[in-house]
Design a protein around this ligand. Structure first.
Ligand code: C5P
Length: 247
């Protein structure tokens, strides 16, 4: 499948519909995060799944195991292809999430969604981590939590481009790694033609699409380089072309 997952970080269901229909099959899937979900609710997820899109529901569940299990079961009912939880919720929560997805999918006779973990938010640096009681260096904490997620039977993690190689090495080839923070290379085309200047600079650790795939990513989350481009479909196609032609 095309590894590009476009981040539908838009305020309304109408914006999401317009973008999804413009992009069509130029991307592999759609990421619906807390902004769109909070404004448009589960019906936009159902609609996108019903239209045949693979949906990554990026709500980063983090709660007691029973509550997370209920949320994961509800997301499975929506038919999402991938969803995520915070690895720092701990092993009982991760196992509850894994089991809820598997059990609900089996009961509905549908494919199990991929359940992946957020390790350390890329907005947290060493100082912020220390302030919440984590003394490990950020990369060590990322690899520690990725290994915990793998040991609990999760399918993969979300990771910044700079973390991908270390996680791939620690967690093996079958582990799914989803990478945001994609800039430059073909992803620069959309930014260069953007209808409004995207705040590309709020991603301070970035790789080009081809570099991220070479580092071991399974899927790339691309937002504004596609969504803010004058021609989002052409921007997505340029990134796909770069991935197919780069060694
Ligand atoms: O527009 P841009 O390409 O920066 O969008 C990246 C997407 O990936 C956004 O939806 C953002 O919330 C998400 N994300 C991220 N960094 C993380 C985790 C998720 O940028 N560490």
């Amino acid at each position: 499948m095309n590894p590009i997952l476009v981040a539908l970080d838009v305020p309304t269901a109408d914006d999401a519909r317009a973008l999804a229909s413009t992009l069509g099959d130029a991307v592999g899937g759609l990421k619906i995060g807390s902004q769109l979900f909070t404004s448009a609710g589960p019906s936009i997820v159902r609609e996108m799944v019903g239209a045949g899109h693979k949906v990554f529901l990026d709500l980063k569940f983090h709660d007691i195991p029973n509550t997370v299990a209920g949320a994961v079961a509800a997301a499975t009912d929506l038919g999402v292809w991938m969803l995520n939880v915070h690895a720092s919720g701990g092993a009982p929560m991760l196992i509850a999430a894994r089991d809820a997805a598997a059990e609900r999918a089996a009961a509905r006779r549908q494919p199990k969604p991929l359940v992946i973990a957020v390790t350390v938010l890329t907005s947290l640096d060493a100082g912020t981590l220390r302030s919440v009681g984590v003394s490990r260096a950020p990369l060590d904490q990322v690899v520690h939590l990725a290994t915990l997620a793998r040991d609990c039977g999760l399918d993969g993690v979300v990771a910044s481009p700079q973390e991908t190689a270390a996680i791939r090495q620690a967690c093996g080839n079958d582990f799914v790694i989803v990478t945001p923070g994609i800039r430059g290379g073909a992803a620069a085309i959309g930014v260069a033609t953007a209808s409004k200047t995207p705040r590309a600079d709020d991603q301070n650790r970035t790789l080009t699409p081809a570099e991220a795939m070479r580092a071991g990513s399974s899927y790339l989350v691309v937002g504004r380089p596609i969504t803010a481009a004058r021609d989002p479909r052409a921007a997505a196609q340029a990134i796909t072309a770069e991935l197919t032609t780069s060694p």
